[in-house]
Ligand binder design. Structure first.
Ligand SMILES: [Zn+2]
Length: 102
């Protein structure tokens, strides 16, 4: 009876970012997802260490409100998403990136 429960933060992220209606819509339209390229940007660039000082790169993986974008949206692979999260946290600590925009 063990049921897989997705991490809470991810669910909240989605709802905040798109709104419930759009999330439901995305779930229904699988066609849209099919044409969307989903390659890990970091793998494509052959990056094996994400630099927390590379703000321009980090910025493109953060929403305009300063939140880390979910993997399913950016196509980043698990390995690089973890590294990205660490790099982003470091960047935040050093005030290169904001914790939140508001
Ligand atoms: Zn990757």
């Amino acid at each position: 009876m063990a049921q897989w429960i997705p991490p809470r933060a991810e669910i909240d992220d989605d709802k905040m970012e798109f709104g419930a209606a759009e999330v439901a819509n995305e779930n229904l339209s699988m066609r849209k997802r099919a044409n969307r390229k989903k390659t890990c940007w970091f793998c494509a660039q052959k990056i094996d260490a994400i630099d927390y000082k590379d703000i321009n790169t980090l910025r493109s993986f953060v929403s305009d409100r300063g939140k880390i974008l979910p993997r399913r949206q950016t196509g980043t692979c698990a390995k690089h998403q973890r590294m990205l999260a660490t790099a982003l946290e470091r960047a935040r600590m050093l005030a290169f990136l904001p914790f939140s925009d508001s």
